[in-house]
Design a protein around this ligand. Structure first.
Ligand code: DQA
Length: 143
């Protein structure tokens, strides 16, 4: 069975508690339960880290042949706007990456309008709450 890897970056371990007016009150565990029930033909793996290097290591790991990874759904959190290193990691691997955001970053502060990773991702989904992850998987499966 092929894997789909969902990677969350910094502060996304606090979903459900963190600024619920922006990110909602659902936890990522609830979201993963729903996704695993929906996409039974794939192994849905989840990785979260607050550390840039760990996210890069995980992206590399997805490219190993034994990872059997169909693609990555990546919410890099604030690293989206700052991390050339994560952008380089995405460019280095031959695995499709879909950038997702819970909030509509285009409607927020100007600093969030820039994504360093968008040019190396297959596309971007933002603003649909935790449903952005499902929409990301749909986009991946339709590539
Ligand atoms: C976010 C948007 C980022 O700007 C922010 O730093 C996050 C979450 C989102 O999912 O809406 O941590 O990626």
């Amino acid at each position: 069975m092929k894997n789909i890897m969902i990677i969350n970056g910094p502060n996304l371990n606090l979903l459900g508690l963190r600024e619920p007016e922006i990110y909602g009150s659902e936890t990522m565990e609830d979201c993963m339960l729903r996704l695993r029930r929906t996409y039974t033909d794939y192994e849905l793996e989840y990785f979260q880290s607050n550390h840039e290097g760990d996210i890069i290591d995980e992206i590399h790991r997805c490219a190993f042949p034994d990872a059997e990874c169909a693609g990555i759904i990546l919410n890099a959190g604030a690293y989206t706007h700052t991390s050339l290193a994560i952008a380089d990691a995405i460019a280095a691997v031959n695995v499709p990456v879909i950038e997702v955001h819970i909030s509509n970053v285009a409607a927020r502060e100007a600093i969030r309008h820039t994504s360093l990773i968008a040019p190396v991702c297959r596309g971007v989904i933002a603003g649909f709450g935790l449903d952005s992850y499902r929409l990301g998987i749909e986009a991946l499966l339709n590539l």
